[in-house]
Design a protein around this ligand. Structure first.
Ligand SMILES: *[C@@H]1O[C@H](CO)[C@@H](O)[C@H](O)[C@H]1NC(C)=O
Ligand SMILES: *[C@@H]1O[C@H](CO)[C@@H](O)[C@H](O)[C@H]1NC(C)=O
Ligand SMILES: *[C@@H]1O[C@H](CO)[C@@H](O)[C@H](O)[C@H]1NC(C)=O
Ligand SMILES: *[C@@H]1O[C@H](CO)[C@@H](O)[C@H](O)[C@H]1NC(C)=O
Ligand SMILES: *[C@@H]1O[C@H](CO)[C@@H](O)[C@H](O)[C@H]1NC(C)=O
Ligand SMILES: *[C@@H]1O[C@H](CO)[C@@H](O)[C@H](O)[C@H]1NC(C)=O
Ligand SMILES: *[C@@H]1O[C@H](CO)[C@@H](O)[C@H](O)[C@H]1NC(C)=O
Ligand SMILES: *[C@@H]1O[C@H](CO)[C@@H](O)[C@H](O)[C@H]1NC(C)=O
Length: 824
């Protein structure tokens, strides 16, 4: 079974590998290989080929004839001078081509572009083009989305041939001396214009370009600026502006240039400003003016660094926090503090993700008092994820006056809550993200009352506490994944919960009954927990299988079922899904188990008993037992030799006269005759010596016999003589060992029938097991064998077989019955 599964697995893996190899992008990196021609052995499956940083000056037709799947080609930094017209005729799928930093000369003459029906990205920047006139071939690039070009002067009609091409981004890579004739970009249909300035400064010569850019493009990005900001400011103040998103990327800027620029943007009513990778110089010592009115909606600063050591941090913070914008973000910037706006701030969204903010944020110390910020009355969303925040309770006081705050993201900090002080959240809070902190169960005593969505994933919560302090009456979504919970929580404190996420915790056998306290629960995720697949898990498993059924008897929908739910114990079931794990009801229910096991057992016992009874197994068993005992005694009896002295008979048989017929006809022939193994038997019939008294004969017989066989029957117990014989024999044999008395039960003799004077017999019967004469003929053989085995012994003094006069004997030697008769 297991090997079959393993084989299937291997097969699946192989198939999977094959498929993935056929779908994976084949990428060939041949950059910096000192190549002077395109290698002839490019694999035909190649899709991404990087040939950058080589010396390929010429692309010949046929260079890519066999790479028909080619989609990306990088030929930058090669010194390319000439490209054959037909070189890409065999690569209809080519999507992206980088030909930047080469020595191509005439932008109007790039005939190889005629065959590129699928081209989306083309980089022709940093070649040796003198002007930017695009040739007719560009007209055919209907799918082009990104075009990067560079040239020394831009003139009217240069872009005429791409009028019909709807670009996403046009990138102009400009050298310092580039000239621009106003209106040259009129023909371009692009959402975004990116101007890359290789030497950094916007000079007056590009003044017109900036004006056209702000007029014509929805988004404008200036990259690599190091100066000339005054030209931009001038244009922003003066010109007509249609741009709605202004980007500055990778810039070096002085503080006063930045403030001028920002104020100009605020005045120009460009809705969005984004500054990325900014290095700041000459930072301020005093507060800087910032306009108090603007239509700008959003300002984003990403990865700002400072190049000064001495400056007023407060002045810098104040400049940003007092901007009259709706949304402000300072991201991935190592600032440790933010001040409070001077007056009521219009900010509705504030994002300081991935900075280095400390717990002092927004607050101010005056003397011995900490003054909390009260001017964020409009603030609706505050993102402080990925900072250096530590004290949860202190944070609540920091935001307590943000009376419109609904969304608070404190994820990815170092928050703990161990303070006894009251938490002071604004009542407006409904969405709180506390994921990836160090919070334990104590956090539940410090949560905003109105929370609807609470994200506590990846913390250290081991239990959801219960109690009157925990009242989250609006909580609908609770994410406790990646914590340390050991069981399902009780929803006492949040009766309206609809979604509960508990994946990646330590639940091993969830108590499904706890969910009864969650009347509104609809979605439950308990995947990726270390389930112990034993009886305890059955109720949970049935929750899963029920939630899977479409007609859904249960309202709870178990997310990620079944693949996310796997056994981690016992080892034999490890990693098998809970869905596949099945334990029969009976092995878990003790009552049922008892019934199922004991029922059949009971029946079997009865059956065995009945069969034994029918087949008389006990009788056979006792026969075999006795036979075995005899054999054992015979072996273990060491001083037997001593005892054997003077013994002439194997046995003396004592019986009642009424049983004489059976003794003579059945017993004796089976012991004495050739069939009986020739045992010597002393019995009333033939062995009593004539002339001796009966008593003497009996005593003689008992003395000379190895064993005494008493044929017990109801007649026997009625005979006094027999009692006497028994008494004598047992007395005699006591000295030898009681095992010399063999009791042969001819018919059942109940103990109560035995008269009290036969106490010898009672004693013997209780100590001795006896041989029962079976009625069934089939058992006789075993009976005789057993009896013979009990009597069999090697006699040295056996008398020669003598023939007695039967009549004489019978008259002179009465059986014990007759004696009894005389006694009465
Ligand atoms: C690069 O190739 C040229 C000839 O094609 C050769 O002269 C030069 O030594 C090679 N350079 C390196 C670093 O291998
Ligand atoms: C393309 O494949 C053909 C046939 O295999 C071969 O003759 C030719 O040289 C190959 N061309 C290139 C450029 O590798
Ligand atoms: C092409 O290669 C150059 C140099 O390796 C690299 O800088 C450039 O980003 C690559 N172009 C594309 C589109 O990946
Ligand atoms: C550039 O190509 C165009 C079109 O083929 C041609 O008219 C023009 O003379 C070429 N310019 C130069 C400088 O070679
Ligand atoms: C800062 O402002 C104060 C007065 O408000 C002034 O005395 C001081 O010179 C200013 N410092 C700088 C560096 O501008
Ligand atoms: C902006 O500031 C000016 C003075 O600096 C003040 O008169 C005006 O009321 C302020 N406007 C707002 C909306 O705060
Ligand atoms: C909480 O923040 C984490 C990390 O910042 C994010 O992955 C998660 O989606 C946020 N949760 C909610 C409910 O917004
Ligand atoms: C468990 O099984 C799943 C799918 O069968 C597999 O992706 C995963 O790697 C397995 N995990 C372990 C620890 O074997």
């Amino acid at each position: 079974m297991r090997s079959v599964v393993a084989m299937l697995w291997a097969l699946a893996l192989l198939v999977g590998l094959k498929q993935s190899s056929s779908t994976a992008i084949i990428s060939i990196d041949l950059s910096s290989k000192n190549l002077s021609v395109v290698p002839g052995d490019l694999p035909s499956s190649a899709e991404y080929v990087d040939l950058s940083l080589n010396h390929i000056r010429l692309l010949r037709s046929g260079d890519f004839e066999n790479t028909t799947r080619l989609r990306f080609l990088n030929l930058s930094w090669n010194g390319l001078e000439k490209i054959d017209q037909l070189v890409f005729s065999g690569t209809p799928l080519l999507e992206d081509m980088d030909l930047s930093h080469n020595s191509l000369q005439n932008l109007s003459h790039q005939p190889y572009l005629f065959n590129m029906r699928n081209l989306q990205g083309l980089n022709l920047a940093f070649n040796m083009f003198f002007n930017m006139r695009l040739g007719e071939e560009f007209r055919t690039l209907a799918t082009l989305q990104r075009l990067a070009i560079g040239g020394n002067n831009i003139q009217l009609d240069d872009f005429k041939s791409i009028t019909g091409v709807k670009l996403q981004t046009l990138t102009l890579c400009l050298e310092i001396g580039t000239t621009y004739v106003a209106g040259s970009l009129d023909h371009v249909r692009a959402k975004r214009l990116q101007i890359v300035l290789s030497k950094g400064k916007i000079l007056g010569t590009l003044y017109g370009l900036l004006g056209d850019a702000l007029l014509l493009f929805h988004e404008l990005e200036l990259t690599g600026l190091t100066g000339g900001y005054n030209n931009i400011v001038k244009q922003l103040i003066k010109g007509e502006i249609h741009t709605s998103h202004f980007h500055l990327t990778d810039i070096l800027i002085q503080w006063h240039d930045l403030t001028d620029f920002v104020n100009a943007v605020l005045q120009a009513n460009i809705p969005q400003l984004t500054i990325t990778d900014m290095a700041l110089l000459k930072l301020p010592f005093n507060d800087t003016y910032v306009s108090n009115t603007s239509a700008v909606k959003s300002i984003t600063l990403r990865r700002a660094t400072v190049k000064s050591f001495f400056f007023s941090q407060t002045a810098v913070y104040n400049f940003f926090i007092n901007m009259p914008v709706v949304s402000m973000a300072v991201l991935e910037t190592p600032i440790i503090h933010m001040t409070c706006p001077m007056s009521q701030s219009p900010l509705r969204q504030l994002d300081f993700s991935n900075c280095a903010m400390a717990d002092t944020i927004f607050s101010r110390v005056e003397g011995e008092h900490i003054l909390e910020c009260e001017t964020f009355g409009q603030l609706n969303q505050l993102f402080l994820r990925g900072n250096n925040l530590k004290d949860f309770q202190v944070l609540s006081t920091r935001v307590q006056y943000m009376t419109s705050l609904e969304y608070l993201d404190l994820s990815l900090n170092y928050l703990i809550h161990d303070s006894q002080a009251e938490c002071a959240w604004p009542p407006s809070l409904i969405h709180v993200n506390l994921s990836s902190n160090r919070l334990t169960h104590s956090v539940f005593s410090c949560l905003p009352r109105g929370t609807k969505v609470l994200d506590l994933q990846n913390n250290q919560v081991s239990v959801v506490p219960q109690g009157p302090f925990l009242r989250l009456d609006s909580l609908a979504i609770l994410d406790l994944s990646s914590n340390r919970l050991r069981d399902l929580p009780v929803c006492g404190g949040f009766p309206t919960l609809t979604t509960l996420l508990l994946n990646d915790n330590s639940l091993h056998a969830p108590s499904v009954t706890n969910l009864n306290s969650c009347p509104k629960l609809e979605f439950l995720d308990v995947s990726h927990n270390p389930y112990t697949c034993t009886c305890e898990l059955r109720s949970f498993r049935s929750l899963g299988t029920k939630s899977q059924q479409k007609n859904g008897q249960t309202r709870i929908h178990l997310l990620s079922w079944p693949v996310g739910y796997r056994c981690s114990y016992p080892d034999a079931l490890r990693n098998s899904t809970l869905k596949d794990f099945w334990i029969p009801e009976v092995s878990c229910n003790v009552g049922l188990l008892a019934v199922t096991i004991l029922g059949p057992a009971f029946i079997i016992i009865i059956a065995v008993t009945t069969i034994c009874h029918r087949l008389d197994v006990p009788w056979y068993m006792s026969m075999i037992w006795q036979w075995a005992m005899v054999k054992y005694r015979a072996k273990s009896n060491n001083d037997r030799l001593q005892d054997m002295l003077g013994v002439e008979f194997h046995a003396f048989v004592s019986y009642s006269q009424q049983d004489a017929e059976w003794v003579n006809d059945t017993l004796l022939p089976n012991l004495q005759g050739p069939a009986g193994g020739g045992l010597h038997i002393c019995h009333h019939g033939e062995s009593f010596l004539p002339g001796k008294t009966i008593l003497e004969n009996i005593m003689h017989c008992v003395e000379k016999s190895w064993r005494c066989v008493f044929v017990l029957s109801s007649h026997f117990v009625k005979s006094d003589w027999c009692n006497y014989e028994l008494y004598f024999a047992s007395q005699q044999h006591l000295s030898w060992g009681s095992d010399r008395v063999v009791l042969l039960l001819l018919e059942p003799v109940p103990q109560y029938l035995i008269p009290s004077k036969f106490h010898q017999l009672k004693l013997l019967m209780s100590k001795h097991t006896y041989l029962e004469w079976p009625q069934e003929k089939a058992k006789h053989r075993l009976f005789w064998a057993n009896l013979r085995a009990a009597l069999q012994e090697d006699l040295r003094n056996a008398p020669p077989a003598r023939q007695l006069d039967v009549d004489d004997v019978t008259t002179s030697t009465p059986s014990c019955q007759r004696s009894t008769a005389t006694a009465y």
